[in-house]
Design a protein around this ligand. Structure first.
Ligand code: AKB
Length: 322
């Protein structure tokens, strides 16, 4: 049975991924770590700064980790405000994760992002393999991260795997410092206040995916037969492409008088405009069977139910069953 070390476990992805992993692999086989002290009773937890290579290695070794899910990172808008810190955490943390994986012969997953593409890449159905010239520090980190993971795979045989995530939408833990965060905020504002002021302009399309689909995609990729993984670092994945008006139209099916206003944030808008409108996910579909379950309609129904403090609809699938 796998023993999995997760960094950034209290972040947006980790908050849903860790409980799901514990249901599959057992509580004691998933070691959650984050830079913060633990906030509730839970399974094995270690406070870990991923830029401390010795502590990273010692923690993984102590628990006998044979799999590392390295999630700790600064997101795009935050990284743009402090590029040096972003380099330190995003690249330093990844290098420590890769070195630990190499020394312990462990599998390694780390998320990449739609941020690896820049204005030179095709905007619609952006191909798996195309020009990657990002204009943000976050994008530079993620491209370098993909290449570094591929280098460790080719040179040392480390079983590195990654996904280029779009904006991830979840009701469990708020995102922080991302460009796509508006697509989470809009649901909470709609359910609680009936209106939202968007920092992303109307007509700005980006890709999104509901968190249960993202969690299943990570697990599916980590369990996939390595012989089929041609583009292991990293796969385009997404479930829907939307702009603020599309999200609002879907919300109005449940809250007819929902109001959407705009106060555009120039930094986040500039980042969003440099990213694809939609990704081509053919490689992920063909190489390991990626197939998201949540459409915009179904996700909106659930997000509004959770954000409004109601239970989600009984009949809908919530990702795959354990
Ligand atoms: C961000 O907005 O920075 C992230 C991402 C798309 O990688 N959600």
């Amino acid at each position: 049975m796998k023993t999995i070390l997760v960094t950034g476990s209290m972040g947006q992805i980790g908050s849903e991924l860790v409980p799901r992993l514990r249901r599959i692999y057992g509580e004691d086989h998933v070691i959650a770590t984050d830079i913060r002290p633990p906030d509730k009773e839970q399974g094995p937890y270690v406070q870990l700064d991923v830029t401390d290579r010795r502590a990273f290695y010692d923690t993984a070794k102590r628990y006998g980790a044979d799999s590392i899910l390295h999630l700790a990172a600064l997101l795009s808008a935050r990284a743009e405000r402090d590029p040096l810190l972003a380099w330190e955490i995003n690249m330093g943390g990844l290098l420590n994760a890769l070195e630990t994986a190499r020394e312990l012969n462990a599998q390694l997953f780390t998320p990449s992002s739609i941020g690896v593409f820049g204005p030179d890449a095709p905007k619609d159905r952006t191909p798996q393999v195309t020009v990657q010239r990002p204009v943000t520090m976050y994008g530079v980190n993620k491209v370098a991260g993909e290449l570094l993971c591929q280098y460790y795979f080719l040179k040392y045989g480390v079983d590195t795997r990654g996904l280029r995530f779009p904006g991830l939408i979840s009701h469990t833990a708020p995102p922080g410092g991302g460009t796509t965060d508006y697509a989470v905020d809009i649901y909470f504002a709609a359910a609680r206040h009936g209106g939202y002021e968007s920092y992303i302009a109307a007509g700005t399309f980006m890709d999104f995916m509901y968190m249960p689909d993202a969690v299943e995609a990570v697990i599916q990729l980590m369990e996939a037969d390595p012989s089929g993984l041609v583009h292991r670092n990293a796969y385009n994945v997404t479930a829907m492409s939307a702009d603020p008006e599309m999200l609002a139209a879907e919300i109005r099916k449940h809250i007819p008088d929902f109001r959407l206003h705009y106060r555009v944030d120039p930094l986040k808008q500039r980042i969003a405009e440099s990213w694809p409108d939609s990704l081509d996910t053919t490689a992920a579909e063909n190489e390991w069977g990626f197939r998201p379950r949540f459409t915009l309609e179904k996700m909106t129904e659930e997000m509004l139910a959770f954000a409004g403090g109601r239970n989600p609809p009984e009949d809908g699938p919530r990702g795959n069953s354990p």
